[in-house]
Design a protein around this ligand. Structure first.
Ligand code: ADP
Length: 535
């Protein structure tokens, strides 16, 4: 043994101390650093690196000493030839001792202009799997000895276990972070309940639904947090311990005791009685849609039946054999029949439009339109047919660029807004149409204002939904709750926006903004996509 080699006793102590240092550390970066630095000291080498076979990748250099990471990367292709499992003993020397590998490694070192003359390589193995390799270089004339090889081999065993443990910890941490991210971003509420039936954690969605915060909730009996009651206010029983999958539906009672959203809760037991997972899905939107659909069917049958009853009534009366009607009575009767038939036609057209919209079958034929010329025409036409109200128009500005619009469909939007104003605002009040050009946003905006009952704040978003009608005064007028839904679909298909501004009893102002277009923009046809009404 040459004088520069460590005495066997010293080496063992050293390995022991090293193993202690490694087992205290679970951070992969730190473990790799210790392994590499200590190996280089142990072997009196000048440089070295550790490569690992990371999940789903080839061998990657993950730590270096005495040479830059980028330079060490040049060895990676060669390392991929390392077998995945440790070799069984036979005549041929293991890969890390093969002269060809030594030569190839040295060739790469020379190409990288590294001054290395000797190389020693050692696999990092755990349970027969090669998880990586440790390579050390020397620049001096002194070759690595057999003793040093054995020393490194003993060292590599310790290092491999420490690295594998650190990799497992990192994997666990990553998995926990991934799970936490999934839970944090899930739209559904999730609660983890332990074997003592107490809350271990809830995600932000459940915190929002239940009014509990993420910290206070930990350790609470789960039935304090997931309190459900039915329509009649009767508490639903919490699932019995050890029950199989349980599904419940009801109103979630918030932390402050108020009735929260209507939810479904699914309790899934964990294996070996380790508790359960509750997933909480908010059903309020779906229930609201179902309720408005039920209201629609109730409403629409009334809407369809009333004009039909009037038509049939008048037709039967006029056809009576026992009475001779005079000309005026005939004419009046026929007018009523015509009015009601026209009303039915509008209703059926609206329903068909909505059905076609849902099937994605409505098209827009866009062409440049000067709103400052077109809107006054549409308004005066409408005003003539509605003498009950006073109409005025204001063009706010001198020059208006055109918009790309389908005039047939845009007329439908304007008519809907004007008809609503006439329908909901009392007779003899004022309905105003106003056009402006927002140069900064590049938008033309027109607004219809009335002096009617207005729309409560909480309804202002919902009235654009399919079949939605405001309860109360408005719902006593005729209508199917489809007009604004269609208007929104048409305006959005034009690349525009529609909204309402209103304070109760101060009237409503419906505005439409459409993007300004070039004068010579070509005509084109686009398809209207259905809007999502559940958002
Ligand atoms: P419809 O008028 O056929 O019911 P709409 O979709 O046009 O359907 O309107 C939806 C609801 O919005 C109406 O039922 C009404 O409650 C409310 N609404 C619309 N316009 C006005 C308005 N100008 N003033 C007050 N309420 C309105």
């Amino acid at each position: 043994m040459s004088g520069t080699e460590l005495a066997p006793f010293g080496a063992h102590e050293y390995l022991l101390a090293l193993s202690r240092a490694l087992s205290r550390n679970l951070d992969l970066g730190t473990v790799l650093h210790i392994v590499l630095e200590e190996a280089v000291v142990l072997l009196q080498a000048d440089a070295g690196f550790v490569a690992l076979r990371l999940p789903r990748t080839n061998m990657r250099v993950v730590a270096t000493t005495g040479l830059p990471l980028e330079t060490a990367r040049a060895f990676e292709p060669l390392l991929n030839s390392i077998p995945q499992h440790s070799e069984t003993a036979d005549d041929t020397p293991p890969w890390w001792k093969q002269p060809a590998l030594q030569r190839a490694l040295l060739r790469i070192a020379r190409r990288q202009q590294l001054p290395f003359t000797h190389i020693i390589a050692m696999p990092l193995e755990v349970d027969g799997d090669v998880i990586g390799a440790l390579i050390a270089f020397r620049s001096s004339e002194r070759a690595f000895t057999r003793y040093e090889e054995r020393l490194l081999s003993g060292f590599a065993d310790q290092a491999s276990i420490a690295i594998r443990n650190a990799m497992l910890v990192r994997q666990l941490v990553q998995e926990r972070e991934r799970l936490a991210a999934v839970l944090a971003n899930s739209a559904d509420g999730v609660a983890l309940i332990n074997a003592e039936r107490r809350i271990e954690l809830i995600n932000p969605a459940l915190a929002r639904l239940s009014g509990w915060n993420l910290d206070d909730v930990v350790g609470q009996p789960f039935e304090h947090v997931l309190r459900l009651e039915n329509e009649a206010g009767v508490r639903l029983p919490a699932p019995a311990p050890h029950s199989d999958l349980v599904r419940q539906e009801g109103y979630l009672i918030r932390r402050n005791g108020t009735r929260g959203p209507y939810v479904s809760v699914v309790y899934t037991p964990l294996a070996q009685g380790r508790g359960m997972v509750a997933s909480v899905h908010d059903l309020s939107e779906r229930r609201a849609l179902e309720a408005s659909q039920r209201a629609f069917i109730a409403g629409i049958s009334h809407e369809l039946k009333t004009p039909l009853a009037i038509i049939i009534g008048y037709a039967e009366t006029l056809l009576r054999d026992d009475v001779q009607w005079d000309e005026a009575t005939w004419r009046e009767g026929l007018h009523v029949i015509l009015d009601e038939a026209q009303h039915l036609t509008r209703l059926v057209d609206n329903l068909l439009d909505a059905a076609r919209l849902e099937a994605g079958g409505l098209q827009l034929h866009l062409e440049p339109v000067q709103l400052d010329e077109w809107l006054p025409r549409v308004l005066s036409e409408f005003a003539r047919a509605h003498p009950s109200h006073h109409f005025d128009i204001a063009l706010d500005g001198a020059a208006f660029p055109p918009v790309m619009a389908d005039t047939g469909r845009l007329r439908q939007v304007v008519h809907n807004l004007l008809s609503n104003a006439v329908k909901y605002a009392p007779a003899d009040t004022r309905v105003s149409l106003r056009l402006t050009y927002d140069d900064a946003r590049g938008e033309l905006i027109f607004c219809v204002s009335d002096e009617g009952p207005g729309i409560p704040l909480e309804e202002q978003e919902r009235i654009f939904r399919r079949f939605h009608r405001v309860e109360g005064e408005a719902s006593r007028t005729e209508g199917a709750g489809l007009g604004l839904y269609m208007a929104r679909a048409i305006v959005e298909a034009h690349g525009g926006r529609i909204w309402v501004e209103s304070e109760p009893n101060r009237g409503a102002t419906f505005c439409v903004a459409l993007p300004a277009a070039d004068d010579n923009a070509p005509k084109r046809t686009i398809r209207i996509r259905p809007i999502d009404t559940t958002e």
